[in-house]
Design a protein around this ligand. Structure first.
Ligand code: ICS
Length: 477
């Protein structure tokens, strides 16, 4: 029964935390809970707090959130990783944010630009070098529509003035040069990096583009980064509904899309965590309304399509129903093929700031059950939104440590773990099916009607691979 499950899982939490010293135990206990009832007054989770030093966190930094997540996908901007080469190198080309266009002409996403700090830059300051690099980049790639300067830790520590460099270069090159103070040490996770990146968009781009009229069906997608082509799959549905997708932030996007984000009838927000600030800003400053949606799995797509259509007229509503009808049979077929192979399988998730709740419906469409989920850097409102999407008895863990996750998995015995590259090989070596839920394990898209069949196939492939019968963890032999 649910009660027994809940009690068992609560006991598991106590057993796992037992290893910690008293202070760390007290701290970590606040970040972990088991959902108990529908009102869920008892399941508040502490979040968005500093990781206990010494515990192994999977979190990233502010630079990761600003460069890797928000700015990196903007394709007609050259992004300079400002500081020592390592941060640029390790964030180079691994998030799978796809972009269309001629590489080096109107698409700079696959490149890495860096000021490659040396000791002398730390001692004497890096502003001159930055100026030189900006000029070089624009000379080499004259089509660039802007330059972003993404600070790494040392830039903030030595007190460089990248704002004044950016102002000078904007004047000189007649091009937006955007300083982003996303030094990695700021904040406690990549979440502040999203915020800092959003503030830079607000201060340097939004409202500063070529004016255009807003059509009655113009919409923008906010917070879709086109991982494995996700944004393209989402756009397809909206277009088939009769809507006109004029902006995407920031997957496969351009400077103009950022400048004109407010010039739409409605902003549709997929990743709430990384861009709710922008949706709110555009509403408060320009009166642009916004709406959250979820395009993972047919159930959530249906709900979202109807919710979006209700914001428009009968023409759109009629088309929305036609879209639902058009894909109904196709989705039903996917479910008929995969559901018998996946029914009842249990999943544990651990991802960033949105997917731990947004993908639950897609698993449920396949008859699977999410028994544990958690975020690296979510805030309180994300956990509140999560409660509505999960069942009683679900284990919830915030900023879960490497040790805790391994132990939770050992004790709850899911059939599948969905998390990131740092977790993947740990669990596969334990003999457990695993899917990367950041990069889609080099697959995707997972959004929209195009994504669901791929998602279903991938989960089946992971769980039902015959490989698992022929391997054993080395220590289990
Ligand atoms: Fe949003 Mo990895 Fe997104 Fe989310 Fe964000 Fe990151 Fe990725 Fe993950 C992200 S923006 S990079 S949906 S595309 S920072 S998978 S919160 S952690 S769950």
């Amino acid at each position: 029964s649910v009660l027994e499950t809940t009690d068992f899982r609560k006991q598991v939490v106590e057993e796992v935390l037992e290893l910690y010293p008293e202070k760390a135990k007290k701290n970590r206990r606040k970040h972990i809970t088991v959902k108990e009832n529908n009102e869920c007054s008892s399941c508040a989770v502490k979040s968005n707090a500093k990781t206990v030093p010494g515990l192994m966190t999977a979190r990233g930094c502010a630079y990761a959130g600003a460069k890797g997540v928000v700015w990196g996908p903007v394709k007609d901007v050259t992004h300079i990783s400002h500081g020592p080469v390592g941060c640029g190198f390790y964030s180079w080309a691994n998030r799978r944010n796809l972009a269309e266009g001629e590489i080096g002409v109107d698409n700079f996403v696959p490149f890495l630009f860096t000021t490659d700090f040396q000791e002398s830059d730390i001692i004497y300051g890096g502003d001159k070098k930055l100026e030189k690099v900006i000029e070089e980049v624009v000379e080499l790639f004259p089509n660039t529509k802007g330059v972003s300067v993404l600070s790494e830790c040392p830039v903030g520590l030595i007190g460089d003035d990248i704002e004044s460099v950016a102002r000078r270069m904007t004047e000189k090159l007649k091009l937006p040069v955007i300083p982003v103070r996303c030094e990695g040490f700021r904040g406690i996770s990549q979440s502040l990096g999203h915020h800092i990146a959003n503030d830079a968009i607000r201060d340097h781009l939004i409202g500063k583009g070529p004016k255009r009229d807003v059509g009655p069906y113009d919409v923008g997608i906010i917070g879709d980064y086109n991982i494995g082509g996700d944004a393209w799959a989402s756009k397809k549905i909206l277009e088939e509904m009769g809507l006109n997708v004029v902006n995407i932030w920031t997957g496969d996007s351009t400077v103009e899309m950022l400048q004109n984000g407010h010039l739409v009838k409605l902003n549709l927000i997929h990743c709430y965590r990384s861009m709710n600030y922008m949706a709110r800003h555009m509403e408060e400053t320009y009166g642009t309304p916004w709406l959250e949606f979820n395009f993972f799995g047919p159930t959530k797509i249906r709900e979202s399509v109807l919710k979006i259509a209700a914001m428009f007229d009968d023409v759109i509503m009629e088309k929305a129903h036609a879209v639902l009808e058009k894909y109904e049979a196709e989705m039903q077929k996917v479910i008929e093929i995969y559901r018998p192979r996946l029914e009842g399988k249990k999943v544990m998730l651990y991802v960033g700031g949105l997917r731990p709740r947004h993908v639950v419906g897609a698993y449920e469409d396949l008859g699977m059950e999410v028994i544990g989920t958690g975020y690296e850097f979510a805030h309180g409102e994300d956990y509140d939104k999560t409660m509505a999407n999960i069942k009683d008895g679900t284990l919830i863990y915030d900023d879960v440590t490497a040790y805790e996750l391994e132990e939770f998995v050992n004790k709850l015995k899911p059939d599948l773990v969905g998390s990131g590259i740092k977790e993947k090989y740990v669990f596969e070596k334990m003999g457990l099916p695993f899917r990367q839920m950041h990069s889609w394990d080099y697959s995707g898209p997972y959004h929209g009607y195009q994504g669901f069949p791929i998602f279903a196939r991938d989960m089946d492939m992971a769980i039902n691979s015959p490989t698992w019968k022929s391997i054993k963890a080395p220590w289990a032999k």
